[in-house]
Every structure is written in C-alpha cells, then in structure tokens.
Design a binder for this molecule. Structure first.
Ligand SMILES: C[S@@+](CC[C@H](N)C(=O)[O-])C[C@H]1O[C@@H](n2cnc3c(N)ncnc32)[C@H](O)[C@@H]1O
Length: 244
C-alpha cells in the first residue's frame, strides 16, 4: 500500500537516471522511500534519512546499507548546511513535529535554488468505513484522528489538508497539491483499514472507546467482509514544490 505513495512521489520528482542527486528524507522510518528513489538515480548520488527513533534508523541501515541514516530528532533546526540538497522528501512525519513552521523554514534553507520538496501526509479524518452504525464509526474515525500516540511529540489528524497552506502559505515555496486515495475491499491483517481498526484497541484499553462498541464494529466489518460488502478508504495529500 505504502509502495503506491512512494511511487507517486517518485513520479512527481521526475528523476533523471543519469543524474547525481543529494536527497534528504525527514522521518525516514525503515528507509523504503530512499531505497526506491536510489534505484532511479546515479549510484554516486547521496541519500540521507533522519529519524528520531534509533530502532528505525538501525533497520533502515540494515535494509539499505548503501544509503545513510542518522538518528536526528527535529526540534527547530536541521544539522545540514545551506543549499545542500537537490530534493527533500518526507512522508507522514510533519504532524509529529511541534514546530512545523521551523521545519518548513529549514527545508527551504537546506534546499538548493531550483531544488524540489515533496511532502505527503494522511488526513485521518478522511477515513471511511462502510458501517450501518454511523454515529459510532464517526466517533471511531475522530478518535483515531485525535489520538496522539506515545512516540509522537505532537499530532494533527488533519495534517494532510494543511500541507498546502503550510508550504504555499509560508511564501517560501511554489508548488501543487495532489491526492492519493487508498481503497480497500478486503478486511484482513496487513490491510490498512484492518490494521488501523486493530490499532484502535489501544483506545479501548485507554478507556476512550467502549469495549462493546469496539467489538460490535469489528464483528460488523467481518460480517460485511464475508458478504463482499466491506469498504474502506483514506486520503493522503502530496505537496510538491520548489523554493519560490
Ligand atoms: C508515520 S512514521 C513514517 C515513516 C516513513 N516516512 C514511512 O513513510 O514509512 C513517522 C516517522 O517520523 C519519525 N519522527 C517523528 N517525530 C520526529 C522528529 N521530531 N524528528 C525526526 N523524526 C521524527 C518517527 O520516528 C517515524 O519514523
């Protein structure tokens, strides 16, 4: 599923296989995006991912030993020189950062003139589950969207819809916004809608979702799936731009 977004980002970058690039991924996780991008550029390119979590950095290094990954938690500055990257990318990380305006300013500072920025973000309030229990499912979607998980310093379930304003409204970038809709009709482990519903069991434990409501929705989804009526979708928004 994530692969589709990585491919979308790759196509927005319009990479030249014969060119050497310097690329930064902010919140690089397991390194998959940089792994994909590295296969579409000259091998002398320099790709570096930063992430706040040591385990993610270590897995990214194991997964892609030819790329660089550093543990770096963004607070209000990036540890790179001015005008040093051709491309800065980031997926689903901006919502976790408290000082978002500082990050936009820093992305502008480290990008070369004419460089490209691509940020994508889910917008959790756009999650759609086909359910006859309208008020409960609305409550679940809102609860997920408002949930600040322990590893996040900040959260904004509506980050996707704010990407355009964050970049374009800063006056520092000119670009365009596109959307990606994930659609699923299968309810099983490994599918995004299934896994997100399973994540919500944490809120049952935390007391903000009633266990009876949770069980009812899970069994409704299973029943719908058995009858080929299960439907899930969620939108991600992708900003692609250049320094203004
Ligand atoms: C939702 S994950 C997305 C990971 C990856 N971009 C992907 O698409 O799979 C968000 C990532 O941002 C990292 N992160 C959160 N806050 C951060 C911060 N302040 N500085 C750097 N990384 C951060 C997390 O550790 C996590 O790996």
């Amino acid at each position: 599923m994530k692969n589709a977004i990585y491919e979308e980002i790759e196509s927005l970058l319009e990479l030249d296989l014969n060119r050497k690039y310097k690329v930064l991924d902010i919140g690089s996780g397991q390194g998959e995006l940089l792994g994909l991008l590295s296969s579409s550029m000259k091998s002398e390119s320099f790709l570096v991912g930063i992430d706040a979590v040591e385990n993610s950095v270590e897995s990214a290094k194991d997964n892609y030993p030819h790329l660089e990954f550093h543990r770096e938690k963004f607070i209000d500055s990036l540890s790179f020189e001015d005008d040093c990257f051709d491309i800065v990318v980031s997926i689903d990380t901006l919502e976790c950062i408290s000082n978002k305006c500082a990050l936009i300013t820093e992305v502008h500072r480290v990008l070369k003139p004419g460089g490209k920025v691509v940020f994508s973000h889910w917008d959790w309030d756009t999650q759609v589950y086909n359910s006859a229990n309208k008020s409960i499912i609305r409550k679940f979607v809102a609860a997920f969207s408002d949930w600040k998980q322990d590893w996040m310093e900040a959260s904004d379930g509506q980050m996707g819809r704010r990407l355009w304003g964050m970049f374009e409204g800063s006056g520092k970038f000119k670009g365009k916004i596109t959307s990606f809709t994930l659609l699923e009709t299968e309810f099983r482990e490994g599918k995004y809608g299934f896994d997100r519903l399973r994540d919500l069991s944490n809120l049952v434990e935390g007391g903000s979702i009633e266990p009876t409501e949770y069980e009812m929705i899970c069994s409704e989804m299973q029943n719908l799936s058995d009858k080929n009526k299960y439907f899930y979708s969620v939108n991600s928004y992708i900003y692609a731009g250049e320094p203004a």
